[in-house]
Ligand binder design. Structure first.
Ligand code: PMT
Length: 401
């Protein structure tokens, strides 16, 4: 593997004594390693040992002018291609989950855009406490990876889950995180979620898109090292790590946001379910049913929304533009017609009549429909798996350029 820049964050647990061994293992694999310590960590491992094994000065204090002068905490956060937190105490995990930044380590963890791998270590009862488990769930949903803890005899005398994984195992997990930055450089623009077109102050025309597919695509692009802009429609999903998010609700707002980011983007993936129509008239007050006689019908006049995918495909130049197609029947033929009409480089078609794929669920079954008539059918995969397959194709497509 090519050498990478790894920042090791050490918090205050007995397992901190294994940190120098972890630094040595990572350096033997050829990586550049810098260390930062919480004040509590220094009680278990000396900064001097870490400096000796890393060959770099060690950072401890957010407010030390000398340390900040050498490399400031934001510089350190930006320098890292991966941050490994080992050991990660219950306290540090809680601070990370809730976005605290009251010392150097937590400030850097909040500021970095690099992927983060945590290696927890603590007493078994602290580990199984609902508060710790809830914090881990928050971190997991945010895309933070974890290795361990292992079960065994703990320093506190208890037996059970809580031992930090061995340095060699943590180093291997770190290597798995460091997938080649195959998309470093290009800005990737992704749209996700449904739009909602207002009828009145409380009602709208919308659809069932949860945003899961588009968010998985944004996360995968960030994972591959791209700078990612995610234009998100109606969704309750948290922002994937390292992704710039713009929230919109209507198709017109989505169009504005896409056009504003389009010039700077090299790859565009439009997974959003954009409403094709919007009400001609919208009321900023709630329309009262008392205004109508019982049984009386009401007509909602709709006007077509601009087709964003078609508009950007017409001026894509060297960019790669991918559209999605949500189809309920004759999936391939409908997707091929859409590809020809919209003029993009690839259509990802999904059969939304299936209950195990498409809208809302965690998995999708898609077909890649290419302009040369080729159709590739993928099996049912987690949406993250579909995203990975999609970027494998996009990268191949761009290789020839
Ligand atoms: O969000 P999830 O719950 O995970 O569900 C995923 C999904 C089913 C929404 C997703 O996989 C998907 O298929 N997204 C596209 C849905 C859709 O709107 O398809 P369409 O056939 O109506 O549109 C075709 C393409 O044109 C899409 O790329 C769409 O973003 C784009 N479009 C459509 C209308 C419009 N006015 N402007 C557009 O850009």
């Amino acid at each position: 593997m090519e050498p990478r820049r790894i920042l090791l964050a050490i918090s205050g647990g007995i397992a901190a004594y294994k940190a120098p061994e972890l630094v040595r293992t990572l350096r033997r694999a050829g990586h550049e390693v810098r260390c930062m310590l919480t004040p509590e960590a220094e009680r278990f491992v000396s900064g001097l040992s870490l400096q000796a094994v890393s060959g770099e000065s060690v950072r401890r204090d957010l407010f030390d002018a000398g340390e900040e002068g050498e490399i400031d905490h934001i510089g350190l956060a930006d320098w890292a291609e991966l941050v490994v937190v080992a050991p990660a105490t219950a306290n540090l995990l809680a601070k990370m989950a809730h976005g605290l930044a009251d010392d150097l380590v937590t400030a850097v963890l909040l500021a970095t855009r690099a992927p983060i791998l945590v290696a927890p270590a603590m007493n078994v009862n602290m580990w199984s406490h609902p508060a710790t488990q809830a914090n881990l769930e928050i971190l997991r949903a945010r895309g933070i990876s974890r290795i361990g803890p292992d079960a065994g005899e703990l320093a506190c005398g208890w037996e059970g889950l809580g031992r930090m994984s061995d340095p060699a195992v943590i180093a291997e997990a770190a290597a798995n995180q460091l997938v080649p930055s195959s998309l470093a450089g290009p800005r990737v623009l992704v749209t996700a979620g449904g739009t909602a077109e207002p009828i009145d102050a409380v009602r709208s025309v919308t659809n069932r898109s949860s945003g899961k597919m588009g968010f998985a695509i944004a996360a995968e692009a960030a994972h591959r090292g791209a700078q990612v802009t995610l234009v998100a429609g109606i969704t309750g999903l948290p922002t994937p790590h390292g992704v710039d998010r713009i929230d919109v609700s209507t198709a017109l707002q989505m169009r504005d946001a896409v056009l504003a980011s389009f010039d700077d983007s090299t790859i565009v993936v439009k997974a959003a379910a954009v409403a094709d129509f919007r009400p001609v008239n919208t009321s900023d007050r709630k329309i009262k049913k008392e205004q109508m006689a019982e049984g009386e019908s009401m007509t909602l006049e709709l006007v077509q929304n601009p087709d964003i995918l078609q508009e950007i495909s017409a001026k894509k130049g060297e960019r790669t533009v991918v559209g999605f197609a949500a189809e309920s029947h004759e999936v391939v033929a409908a997707a091929q017609r859409k590809l020809a009409r919209k003029g993009c480089d690839l259509i990802v078609a999904n059969d939304i009549s299936r209950t195990d794929a498409g809208f809302e669920v965690d998995e999708n079954a898609v077909l890649f429909v290419w302009p040369n008539g080729e159709v590739e059918e993928l099996p049912l995969l987690p949406k993250a798996g579909v995203a990975a397959q999609l970027f494998d194709r996009i990268e191949k497509l761009r290789e020839g350029r």
